[in-house]
Each structure stands twice: as structure tokens, then as C-alpha cells.
Design a protein around this ligand. Structure first.
Ligand code: ZN
Length: 316
């Protein structure tokens, strides 16, 4: 009996070896490793963009949650480890994430690819009305030289940012090229539809003058036809002077401005006091997704901000 089985066993062994080599030939290398591209982003908004393009082939972590101000974040110990393990770091740049340079340096990850999504986008200067020129310190002036970093609040800029992210991911994983380009095209269609919808909604209102909390809104205002008559805070981290607030109150009364925008990431007291003082309506908008219920992703945040603004600017 035993002797009869031996040749059969030998054949089985040879057959399984054969199968093994065939399998090696058909399974693509990345499926054996099954490793996703590790990406770290500064803002949750950039995490969303990378995930929309990269889908199941990427693993993305955002350092900020959306509740912090995008200007004054302090990295946590875990953030360093994330950057050490990442292949790609995506930021806005243009002087927004001042904390990134030292974080990346400390991580010492020589192979890290840094994607600066503001590159190739013409930046707007941060302008202030001439009468508000008190307190001109040099760091403030240096910051202004870089231009305004809140580019994503114009959907046309977002499309350029998406393309930069897609190009980088494709360079790292060319096998997924069709998949990434398909994802990008689908998302751009959604952005275009959103933009059309919002432009139509805004057409209903004629009075589009607003006061904003900090200089987050010029790209948004330019795209959708709003006029920003002044900002409460000119540099995040510093409180406005009494003189600046008196100037703003004067502008609101003189130009009959109906709406003041406040932001959940900043001190709410000052816009509230200014609204009470002038009789203007206070509306809370968020420049980064997640801080207000209903603004969990980029598209819903854009819609929320426009709905709120249109509602507040309407004649009652
Ligand atoms: Zn900002």
C-alpha cells in the first residue's frame, strides 16, 4: 500500500511547486506586499483630497482635526512618528503651516516627499484699508509678502491642488494611474456641480458686502462675488486694537454693512460685540471642514458657508 502511494506524493509535490511559480507570475508585486501609500497632511481638508484621489490604495492621516486654527497649531508627540513613517507630506504652504518645517526636520525622514499644494496658484496679497495701519511689526509684513494662503476656498484652486496631489501619488504608484485619474475626474465633476449650484444661489442677492473675522475669505469672495469691507483680526494670535474696532464700526455704519462673519476656531467675543454695537447680523462660517455640524467635508462646508451667508444677506 505504502509503495503505491509514493509516486503520487512525489507528483503532488512537483505540482504544488509548479502552482507556486505560476502564482508568483500572476500576482502583482504590490499585492504581495499589500502596502498602502502612507500620507500625512497638515489639514483634514488635504486628507480628504488625498483620500478622494487615492481611495483604497492610500492611508492618510491629518495632523489637525479642524477645531484648531490653521495658523497656530502645536504638533503633538504622535505627529512626529506619523511623519517618520510617511512617504508623503501634503501641506498648503504659502506661510500657512509655520510649524511644519521644524516637525519635518525633527522627523529626519530623508525619503519624505513634501507636496506644497499652493505652488502654481497665483496668491492674493493680504490687503488692509490704509486707516488700519497701526501696529506694523516686521513678522506681519514678512507674512504678507508670501500672499494669502486660504486658496482652497475657491473651488478652481482646489482643482489645481487636486491635480498636484494626483501627480505625486501616480509617481509613487504608476500601476494605479487609471484608478487615480478616474477618482480625480469624478471628484472634479462634483466640485464643478457644487460651484454651479452655489453661483446660482448667490445670484439671488444683490447686497454682498461683509466684514470677516480673519483674512480667510478673499479667494472665496472673488470667486462668488462678495466684497470684504474689513477684517476683525489682521494677524491670528493678536487681538484687534480698540482703534481698529472703532474704525470697523464706522465702516459698517457708513456702508450699511449687514453681515459680520465669525469663525469657530477664533475668539467669538469680538465679532459678537461688534455686531451688538452696530446692529449687523452675526453669521458663523468655517474656513476648514469639521468645526460646525454639517461641514464634515469640503463640499458640504462650501455649501454650508454659502447658504448661511445668502440667508444672512437676504432682505427681511
Ligand atoms: Zn486662516
Amino acid at each position: 500500500m505504502e509503495n503505491k502511494l509514493k509516486p503520487f506524493k512525489k507528483m503532488q509535490l512537483r505540482f504544488s511547486k509548479y502552482i507556486f511559480f505560476i502564482l508568483l507570475l500572476i500576482i502583482p508585486a504590490n499585492a504581495i506586499a499589500s502596502e498602502k501609500i502612507k500620507i500625512v497632511t497638515s489639514l483634514p481638508l488635504l486628507k480628504e483630497f488625498a483620500e478622494r484621489v487615492g481611495g483604497e490604495r492610500v492611508e492618510v492621516k491629518s495632523l489637525l482635526t479642524g477645531f484648531e486654527s490653521e495658523h497656530s497649531y502645536t504638533p503633538k508627540p504622535g505627529d512626529l512618528l506619523s511623519v517618520v513613517e510617511a512617504k508623503v507630506f501634503i501641506q498648503i504652504g504659502a506661510g500657512l503651516e509655520v510649524w511644519v518645517d521644524s516637525l519635518v526636520r525633527n522627523a529626519g525622514n530623508k525619503r519624505l516627499i513634501i507636496v506644497t499644494t499652493s505652488e502654481g496658484i497665483p496668491l492674493l496679497k493680504e490687503t488692509e484699508p490704509a486707516q488700519n495701519n497701526d501696529n506694523p511689526d516686521t513678522s506681519d509684513r514678512d507674512k504678507h509678502k508670501l500672499g494669502n494662503p486660504h486658496i482652497w476656498l475657491d473651488p478652481e484652486n482646489t482643482k489645481i491642488m487636486l491635480k498636484r496631489i494626483t501627480d505625486t501619488i501616480i509617481k509613487l504608484d504608476s500601476e494605479g494611474k487609471e484608478y487615480y485619474l478616474g477618482n480625480q475626474a469624478a471628484y472634479i465633476r462634483e466640485i464643478d456641480n457644487m460651484q454651479k449650484l452655489l453661483s446660482r444661489e448667490i445670484k439671488q442677492i444683490k447686497d454682498r458686502k461683509i466684514i470677516t473675522h480673519h483674512q480667510a475669505w478673499p479667494y472665496f469672495a472673488r470667486r462668488f462675488g462678495f466684497t470684504i469691507a474689513g477684517n476683525i483680526i489682521r494677524q491670528v494670535g493678536s487681538e484687534p486694537s480698540a482703534r481698529h474696532l472703532a474704525d470697523l464700526a464706522g465702516i459698517i455704519k457708513k456702508e450699511k454693512i449687514k453681515v459680520i462673519v465669525s469663525e469657530p476656531q477664533l475668539n467669538q467675543k469680538i465679532p459678537k460685540a461688534l455686531a451688538e454695537d452696530t446692529g449687523a447680523r452675526l453669521v458663523t462660517l468655517t474656513p476648514i471642514p469639521g468645526a460646525i455640524p454639517g461641514t464634515e467635508d469640503y463640499l458640504s462646508m462650501m455649501k454650508y458657508n454659502v447658504h448661511q451667508l445668502v440667508e444672512a444677506l437676504q432682505d427681511r
